[in-house]
Design a protein. Structure first.
Length: 373
């Protein structure tokens, strides 16, 4: 018998969809080809558009609400600066017909907001492009922490180069200061975690733990650079140190055997900081997703350099990456960081695939060789 939906069925289906999307903390919406909203959830209304209810938004553009908010505070040009950047990313998705990830930011009601946004083209049953669908997550605090760390490291390196005559004194002082700052920052995160334990759910606690481990990775890189007096660092040694620092996170009922192939490849200061974060994210991802209870997970790291290009191959024999990750439809924060750091900081490429488990191939320009392991 053919299933026939009546008006009541559709009403119930819409009601269920509305309840689901309005209980999701992320922002969800869809737009037509002219950028007019055809659907929004509660979070989009409250946190971005300052609208009272979804029905108020339908048929209007994001710029309509931007101009409306700006009109309320003509004396403050910084009250609502969100808007134009969203129009630009909509245009990119419509023109390419491909999904896109964007960082969209600006002021909303006088407060800075940064969103990690995914937009995809929307097609009808006949394959005709009819608009876009978008989702966004508030990453303002994460970006603020990353910027603080970046500024701290940049200031450290700038101070180290300021006076050649007092280089040794400055380096000792700066290394001590940065080490203390990083340690203090880690301590602050642990304190925040302890203080907020009752108010945070498991996912949020994992997010705080991830931040702590990222800072620890940067701290390890800084310690190696400090001991070498900012000479090139062995990528093999850096990998060993980062992996060793994360071993305490492995649950007692799980086993991870790691093999890192010795290599003469070394990194300069900027590459060391970048790869410290990358290695941390790859091994942390393995601990979270690859290691099964009562099973031994094997991790292999291979480092090569040929014709001035460094190749870093990470693989494990776990379940591999989900299909949506392989199809670039979804990333966790860790993989998102890996891709951005490799592309923007290392000027390299990242390939994610499943081959007897998860496999990540990273390539970037080299040029520095370490003479002795």
């Amino acid at each position: 018998m053919e299933n026939v939906f009546n008006e009541k069925d559709f009403g119930n289906l819409y009601s269920m969809l509305r309840h689901i999307t309005d209980n999701v903390p992320d922002l969800l919406w869809s737009k037509d080809l002219e950028g007019r909203f055809t659907f929004v959830n509660k979070a989009t209304c409250e946190f971005l558009l300052n609208a009272h209810k979804p029905e108020e938004v339908i048929g209007k553009t994001g710029m309509y609400f931007a101009k409306k908010e700006r009109a309320k505070h003509p004396e403050n040009n910084e009250w609502y600066t969100f808007g134009e950047i969203c129009v630009d990313s909509d245009k990119i998705v419509l023109e390419t017909g491909e999904p896109g990830r964007f960082d969209e930011y600006g002021n909303v009601s006088g407060k800075y907001l940064c969103l990690e946004v995914l937009k995809v083209p929307l097609f009808d049953d006949n394959g005709k492009l009819i608009g876009t669908v978008g989702s966004a997550r508030d990453v303002t605090e994460q970006k603020r922490i990353e910027k603080r760390l970046e500024d701290l490291l940049q200031q450290t390196e700038a101070d180290a180069k300021a006076d050649v005559e007092t280089k040794e004194i400055l380096l000792r002082e700066i290394n001590h200061r940065v080490k203390n700052n990083l340690s203090s920052f880690i301590g602050m995160l642990y304190a925040e975690k302890k203080q907020s334990r009752r108010n945070l759910n498991e996912a949020q606690m994992e997010h705080v733990d991830s931040l702590i481990n990222r800072v620890k990775g940067i701290s390890i890189a800084h310690e190696l650079l400090s001991r070498s007096r900012w000479a090139p660092i062995s990528l093999f040694t850096l990998s060993e140190k980062i992996v060793h620092s994360l071993n305490h996170l492995i649950p007692v009922d799980r086993f991870i055997k790691t093999k890192i192939t010795p290599s003469a490849v070394s990194l300069d200061t900027d590459q060391t900081h970048s790869m410290a974060v990358v290695i941390n994210e790859l091994f942390s991802n393995c601990i979270k997703h690859a290691a099964g209870a009562g099973e031994e997970t094997e991790v292999s790291i291979e480092i090569k350099e040929k014709k001035g290009k460094i190749t870093y191959i990470y693989s494990d024999n776990g379940p591999g990456f989900p299909e949506e990750v392989l199809n670039s439809e979804s990333y966790n924060v860790g993989l998102y960081l890996v891709k951005n750091i490799v592309r923007q900081n290392l000027m390299g490429t990242v390939k994610i695939e499943n081959k007897d488990g998860a496999r990540v191939i990273i390539q970037f320009p080299g040029g520095v060789k370490f003479e002795e392991l």
